[in-house]
Write a protein that binds this ligand. Structure first.
Ligand code: SF4
Length: 412
């Protein structure tokens, strides 16, 4: 019947090569005055840094690699010993701990001895305050400048005065970067980078939207792998081309009967972060249960419809203020329900990530409100992005079983 036992995309090979080239470029750039390395938060102003000629490294991507390779369990205690609580962001503690221990998953994956040393660190607090503390530790340890954008949070609406404020902060950062940058910022370069970023975002969105088909050609567990270029290569031609190829492949896969989950029966929306060290196991568990996770808050968070090369400063401000994580509870609830319906998901899973309150939306009554108002089955799984002590596979498996029974009742 043409069933596939899980998705095996041809694009996997291209992704590997693309990431290898990205890290090789960073390793080559390190220490070069004509192409210094800047570190940037995952929803920070990557476009600005690229337009000014920096090679850009993303510590959160490194944090996710530490989680996926399960090195985090060994590295976090080093950060705890430095006074960083086990209760705070396990990306931060995994990453600082790895640096303090002198290890990195980049060695095995890409042959790099260490993470590329930065000339400057740039953050945006749109996602959380933790990134400021995280980058400040490196700023003190490596004696490099730390520049930041302070963004408002909990917004119902993104108001014009907020956009103006962040736009002015972005322009201030550009001025502060000027003495460190290999080239002056020009409007032409910024517009070109913004156009590439916007195209890559549109391509990523097209790829995600293919999961609205029945059966879905891929699932959340694939999305978390293929999102890497939209995180680390925004503003490059490589990212645009990667998503062009991936969306073409996904379109070609969407034939009836040939979905990513054999005999797909349940369609689920995932809110919250991935559990990086359990991706394969969770993917297999869901697949064996005929459950497809078709959409997620997390992977959708790197779709930036507001980016517009014709209005670079204000549109960059609007795009990075409009992201889900800095919106109000009411906005988030509406977004989750709307997106779940758009993808044909009939149940919503909330991952309560113990060390990331910002990407956890199950703590202020939202699951119950959705269950009551929308008559949708809801499941809360306790876990974490990187800290294995917070997650029990067995407990999650049992909860998932009960959840699928509820969905079954709702479907029959
Ligand atoms: S959003 Fe959460 S996981 Fe990401 S850096 Fe902030 S605290 Fe860490």
């Amino acid at each position: 019947m043409g069933e596939r036992a899980g998705v095996v995309l041809k694009s996997n090979g291209r992704l590997k090569a693309l990431m290898a080239a990205y890290f090789a470029d960073l390793a080559e750039a390190e220490g070069r005055n004509d192409r210094p390395v800047a570190w940037c938060t995952s929803v920070g102003p990557a476009e600005l840094l690229r337009a000014m000629g920096f090679a850009v490294f993303f510590p959160e991507n490194h944090g996710a690699m530490l989680g996926a390779t399960r090195m985090a369990a060994q590295t976090m205690p080093q950060a705890h010993a430095l006074g960083y609580s086990p209760d705070i962001c396990s990306y931060l503690t995994s990453d600082i701990g790895a640096f303090a221990s002198g290890v990195t998953p980049l060695t095995n994956a890409f042959g790099m001895a260490h993470v590329p040393r930065p000339s400057v660190l740039v953050y945006n607090t749109n996602q959380c305050r933790e990134v400021k503390d995280w980058f400040s530790w490196y700023g003190r340890t490596l004696d490099v400048p730390v520049l930041g954008i302070q963004s408002p949070g909990e917004m119902d609406e993104v108001l014009p005065e907020m956009i103006r404020d962040v736009s002015m902060q972005l322009q201030r950062i550009a001025r502060d970067l000027a003495p460190l940058a290999p080239r002056s910022l020009t409007t032409t370069a910024l517009e070109a980078t913004m156009a590439l970023s916007s195209d890559a975002s549109a391509g990523w969105s097209r790829c995600l939207k293919t999961a609205a088909r029945r059966p879905t050609p891929w699932t959340f567990f694939d999305h978390t792998i293929h999102m890497a270029p939209i995180v680390v290569l925004r503003g490059t031609q490589e990212a645009v081309e990667y998503y062009r190829g991936l969306s073409a492949e996904l379109e070609s896969l969407s034939s009836p009967g040939g979905g990513a989950v054999p005999r797909e029966r349940f369609r689920i929306y995932w809110d919250g972060m991935p559990i990086w060290g359990q991706l394969r196991r969770m993917s297999e568990l869901f697949s064996a249960s005929r459950a497809a996770v078709v959409a997620s808050t997390y992977c959708n968070s790197w779709v930036f419809p507001a980016l517009d090369a014709r209005d670079p400063w204000e549109s960059m401000a609007r795009a990075y203020l409009s992201i889900f994580i800095c919106r109000s509870e009411a906005f988030k609830q509406d977004y989750i329900v709307r997106t779940a319906r758009e993808f044909g998901a009939r149940g919503i899973l909330f991952h309560d990530a113990k060390t990331c309150p910002h990407n956890t939306n199950s703590r202020f009554g939202m699951p119950r409100r959705i269950r009551e108002a929308e008559c949708l089955p809801v499941l809360v799984i306790e876990g974490d992005l990187n800290d294995p002590r917070c997650f029990s596979y067995e407990e999650s498996r049992v909860r998932l079983e009960v959840f699928l029974e509820q969905m079954e009742e709702g479907q029959t």
